[in-house]
Design a protein around this ligand. Structure first.
Ligand code: C5P
Ligand code: MG
Length: 161
């Protein structure tokens, strides 16, 4: 098998939306939204999909293995903690992110006005420059008005020992 220090990862997350719940994407509150995710934690789909994408690069399972939804400790948790924990696991293995690309599907509201804020939030968390953080927003064309979904691919590189 040809060896390379590069690994690709993929993750996704979906939550149903409820009226009167805050919507947070990539650590940024979407103040225009009247609806937010039904979730045990803060339901940040972008952080959850990103964490799973990172874990998948090293076949480390998924976030449920580290943050079981059944544990009260993780109720309403800031999902930034999940990404930080996953980054620690990768750093222990000398693995660093090269870039990420995310697609968020949501019918309303428009997320384009929040793109830069979400990028800045990710830059702070990931120590990755903004040109390495691709964010696309899509509607479902009305086919799935009751949910939000994030899909994320990442490329990571392991340093030579
Ligand atoms: O889904 P659709 O292709 O119709 O989306 C058109 C454009 O609207 C997208 O390219 C994106 O820039 C923007 N959009 C957005 N926020 C959403 C969905 C789409 O800003 N929630
Ligand atoms: Mg379209």
């Amino acid at each position: 098998m040809p060896d390379t220090n590069l690994r690709i990862g993929y993750g996704e997350d979906t939550h149903a939306l409820d009226e009167g719940t805050p919507l947070v994407i990539g650590g940024v509150k979407i103040s225009e939204s009247t609806r937010g995710p039904q979730a045990h934690s803060d339901g940040d789909v972008l952080f959850h999909a990103l964490a799973d994408a990172l874990l998948s690069t090293a076949a480390l399972g998924d976030i449920g293995n580290y943050f079981p939804p059944s544990e009260a400790e993780f109720k309403d948790m800031n999902s930034k903690r999940i990404v930080e924990k996953v980054q620690e696991l990768l750093l222990e293995r000398q693995v660093r992110m090269v870039n990420m690309a995310a697609v968020i599907t949501l019918d309303k509201p428009k997320l384009d006005p929040y793109r830069e804020r979400i990028q800045v939030s990710l830059v702070d968390l990931l120590s990755l420059s903004s040109p390495r953080i691709g964010l696309s927003f899509k509607t479902s064309e009305g086919l799935a008005q009751g949910y939000i979904q994030a899909r994320v691919t990442v490329l990571v590189q392991r340093s030579e020992e």
